[in-house]
Design a protein around this ligand. Structure first.
Ligand code: ARG
Length: 460
């Protein structure tokens, strides 16, 4: 097949070079974006009188037909084509002859590919955000049902202080809401149009880059044409934002894997969202959570690949940049795969409230409250801390909890203790006194639930 750039070449391209050079297997998924970008370009060329208006209209009409053809299967994307941009243009020229050949006036594949990739990111950012909102809804609904489900909160994976399962869920909601915001922020820089940067230096034609940017829903054209075709920050930023979503999912997965172990038994996954073992009949494995945790590594790899491809590239376009899409698309595909299945797994799990409460009863997670009791009676915190530490040591030596110590044990350490200490260290009270803004108490968590409901409404 004759290449569009064949004029300067005396020999045919070797077939192995053709295969090596081709990116169609990866970039064919951008056909709709490529056609959208070309339509915007053709419209501008016609409006500015750079090509005849009637040619512009014919190009636009035919591009729409090609898109329909690809969608309904009548147009087959040629696997031997160099890339999707060449394929669409060849298809156009096949149908329109000379008129089709006018489309590439005042344009280069360098600005074309940058534009298509950005348009693709815009579409996928919306999809990822929708999946995040789905997860946020699930978290809020779990939180609403569990404001009084007491469980131990941990630091260093050691039982620390009482929280509620709802407080845990709103903690994760905070993380995924930040992810939504990060995507929005990233979108600001994705929606800068490189179209009209041409190869690198702009063009001698009187194009209107503001018009094409606006017609594509972009905020503005890139300020500098060299940067327009060289910049892949937007792809790196999006992959970084996706990497953080994966980080959050992965941390959550780690907890879920622990929570459904026999050691914890805080939750049980639904049979439909867990798997068995080929040899051990008793096993019920949290494969989804493990796979999501595993795929997090793969997305970090995508981010690292992108950063490494871009490092050291001179301005402007270099073919190295063709490698950007595989990593970017893989990160997008992976997060889109993980978010919905993770959400379903979480949504269908059973919360073992009794086991959570039992675990909260052990480990002295009310020790801070015991110290606070003394502080409220006038002891400086450091002294109260030390006295409570001694009480904990005594309880450990007697294999008792703080509630099981007698009042004489308390009084022996400090005469400020009275019978009301038992109320103060009762788990339910410990939880519900923590109503400082953002805290684990029922009132504080209700505020958090309200916050995330409003967030969902604003972002849905
Ligand atoms: N397939 C190329 C890419 O993905 C398109 C741009 C090619 N431009 C060029 N001057 N060879 O980056």
């Amino acid at each position: 097949m004759d290449k569009m750039w064949a004029g300067r070449f005396l020999k045919e391209l070797s077939s192995d070079t053709n295969d090596f050079n081709s990116s169609i297997a990866v970039d064919s998924r951008m056909y709709a974006e490529d056609i959208r970008g070309s339509i915007a370009h053709a419209l501008m060329l016609g409006a500015k009188g750079i090509i005849p208006e009637k040619d512009s209209l014919a190009i636009i009409r035919t591009l729409k037909e090609i898109e329909e053809g690809i969608e309904n299967g009548t147009v087959k994307i040629d696997a031997a084509a160099e890339d999707i941009h060449m394929f669409v243009e060849a298809e156009l020229t096949k149908r329109l002859g000379d008129v089709g050949k006018r489309l590439h006036t005042a344009r280069s594949r360098n600005d074309q590919v940058a534009l298509d990739t950005r348009l693709y990111c815009v579409k996928e950012i919306k999809n990822i955000k929708a999946a995040l909102i789905g997860l946020l809804k699930c978290l809020v609904s779990l939180a609403e049902k569990n404001v009084s489900t007491i469980m131990p909160g941990y630091t260093h994976l050691q039982r620390a202080q009482p929280v509620s399962f709802a407080h845990y869920m709103t903690a994760y909601a905070s993380m995924f809401a930040r992810d939504c915001d990060r995507l929005d922020d990233c979108l600001k820089r994705v929606t800068i149009s490189p179209l009209g940067s041409c190869a690198l230096a702009g063009t001698t034609y009187d194009i209107d880059r503001f018009q094409t940017a606006e017609s594509l829903g972009f905020a503005a054209p890139s300020v500098n044409s060299m940067d327009g075709v060289s910049d892949r920050d937007f792809a790196i930023e999006l992959t970084a934002a996706i990497s953080l979503i994966m980080t959050h999912l992965s941390r959550f997965c780690e907890e879920i894997i622990m929570w459904c172990s026999w050691e914890f038994r805080f939750i049980e996954l639904d049979d439909a969202y867990s798997t068995g073992s080929s040899i051990m009949p008793q096993k019920k494995n949290p494969d989804i959570a493990e796979l999501v945790r595993g795929k997090t590594g793969r997305v970090y790899g995508d981010l690292m690949a992108l950063l490494t491809v871009m490092k050291g590239l001179p301005l402007a376009y270099n073919k190295d940049m063709q490698e950007d899409k595989e990593s970017l698309f893989d990160a997008i595909d992976t997060v889109k795969l993980c978010l919905p299945i993770f959400t379903k797994m979480l949504d269908t799990c059973t919360i073992n409230k009794d086991n959570m409460l039992k675990a909260a009863g052990k480990g002295f997670i009310n020790a801070t409250d015991c110290a606070d009791y003394l502080v409220k009676k006038g002891k400086p915190f450091r002294d109260a801390y030390k006295i409570t530490g001694e009480l904990v040591a005594k309880a450990i030596s007697l294999d008792k909890t703080l509630s099981e110590l007698g009042i004489e044990d308390y009084k022996e350490k400090c005469d400020l203790f009275d019978k009301d200490v038992y109320d103060a260290i009762e788990l339910k009270n410990c939880l519900n006194k923590r109503n400082s803004y953002g805290g684990a108490g029922e009132k504080a968590v209700a505020e958090q639930i309200k916050y995330f409901k409003e967030f969902i409404e604003k972002n849905a």
